[in-house]
Design a protein around this ligand. Structure first.
Ligand code: PTJ
Length: 265
């Protein structure tokens, strides 16, 4: 086990360091792929530029995401190592609030990882976890990585798939296969962010609790109201807003050059 460094609560990056420690521990338990650490670093860089808070347009996307999942007939929440490490409880809560199934689907299908992730989800309260071991027997031809192997009861049959913190081509493949895709991605320029039906440009750590409470709030609503929310949402606008927030923030900071205040030790 790696040693845990002492980090003062007053450290200005204490939260971010705690999350990194959690991810590192999850590499040791086989939940997180090593590449997951690199993916997180990329996300953090975008979060820094975004201002590390949920923007109003990300919140709109969260509401549209909740409505999309609630409207689905066969929704599935796809779980990889990073989201399992960061938000297992919220994924289980979202699954219970919406009736969506949980399926492990990995880019790096290394031995023991699916079972390790299943363990984390079950510990967080999941009753059923699809996609583990021999159960990923179906194949989505439109997807070009190992992620094409899916559970026939889950992603294969799904009409809506939630794929938070995702890599490259899969979203495109799922959309080509006729599914609606909801994602959370801090990089509004990624292929996933660009091809999804609903992209929440936010950190999963902030977005998932909000998504659960929006799903809880909306679950008693009628289909017409939910459909209205979905129809009103425009992903192009959401991505454009996220990029504009980043551009404006960089512009404001660029005018100052030095903007960080020293902190009291
Ligand atoms: O567990 P596996 O084997 O399925 O692998 C999962 C990873 C994430 C390693 C794999 O899918 C991958 O390599 O992903 P990418 O291509 O690095 O894409 C991850 C995307 O998520 C990038 O656009 C990051 O900016 C974004 N991201 C990283 N951390 C966060 C994030 N978005 C939201 N919240 C985060 N905490």
């Amino acid at each position: 086990m790696s040693e845990k460094p002492h980090v003062s609560k007053k450290h200005p990056r204490a939260e971010s360091i705690k999350i990194r420690e959690r991810l590192t521990r999850n590499v040791e338990t086989n939940v997180l792929a090593l590449a997951g650490l690199i993916a997180h670093g990329r996300g953090e860089a975008f979060d820094y530029i975004l201002g590390e808070e949920t923007t109003p347009s990300a919140f709109k996307a969260i509401t549209a995401a909740a409505a999309t999942i609630l409207l689905a007939e066969r929704p599935v929440l796809s779980v990889n190592g990073n989201v399992a490490a960061l938000c297992a409880e919220e994924l289980v809560e979202l699954s219970k609030a919406t009736g969506a199934k949980l399926e492990v689907n990995l880019f790096h299908r290394l031995s023991g990882r699916e079972e390790a992730i299943e363990g984390v989800l079950r510990e967080a309260g999941a009753d059923e976890v699809l996609g583990v071991g021999g159960s990923a027997t179906a194949r989505i031809d439109e997807v070009f990585s190992d992620r094409r192997r899916v559970d026939p009861r889950g992603i294969y049959a799904a009409d809506v798939v939630f794929v938070p913190l995702e890599d490259g081509d899969r979203t495109e493949g799922l959309v080509r296969a006729g599914k609606r895709v909801v994602t959370v991605d801090l990089n509004p320029m990624s292929r996933t962010a660009q091809f999804a039906s609903v992209t929440i440009v936010d950190n999963v750590v902030r977005a998932l609790p909000l998504l659960v409470s929006e799903a809880e709030r909306l679950k008693g609503s009628g289909r017409v109201e939910l459909q209205g929310i979905v129809d009103e949402f425009d992903n192009r606008e959401a991505l454009s807003d996220a990029m504009t927030v980043m551009e404006k923030r960089l512009h404001t900071l660029a005018e100052k050059g030095i903007f960080i205040e020293p902190y009291d030790v």
